[in-house]
Design a protein around this ligand. Structure first.
Ligand code: AMP
Ligand code: ZN
Length: 113
């Protein structure tokens, strides 16, 4: 996807504060942090959102959660953190490349929405 900002970040074409990278997954700090620690974890492959996860591309999702677990420990978030993926209009998705927000580093609101 030529015009996808997160595809460009994963390819290193747009700078980011990289936290983690391997063959299939990229993680970087959110440019507009909503918590003391706010990291985005994305598949390098373009998937628009959770609705586009299927049998043929879901292997990377389990790997993303392995990476999330590693990042949470590296960032010393064991006391608590939240993983969020906004999907489509009602959830306020603004970048249509699947991403998982890791939010932590402080007491989070106990409201889910
Ligand atoms: P969402 O609203 O769930 O689609 O989340 C998109 C997130 O991407 C927002 O939290 C933005 O702050 C973040 N974001 C947008 N552009 C960039 C960028 N160039 N580098 C880092 N984070 C970004
Ligand atoms: Zn993309």
């Amino acid at each position: 996807m030529n015009d996808c900002i997160f595809c460009k970040i994963a390819a290193g074409e747009i700078p980011s504060q990289k936290v983690y990278e391997d063959e299939t997954v990229f993680a970087f700090r959110d440019i507009n942090p909503m918590a003391a620690v706010h990291i985005l974890v994305i598949p390098k492959e373009h998937i628009a959102n959770v609705l586009d996860i299927n049998e043929s591309n879901s292997a990377v999702i389990s790997h993303i959660f392995e990476v999330i677990s590693k990042i949470a420990k590296d960032e010393k978030l064991e006391k608590g953190f939240r993983v969020v993926s906004n999907c489509n209009e009602y959830a306020g998705q603004s970048v249509f490349h699947l991403h998982f927000h890791i939010l932590g580093g402080e007491q989070l609101s106990l409201k889910m929405c």
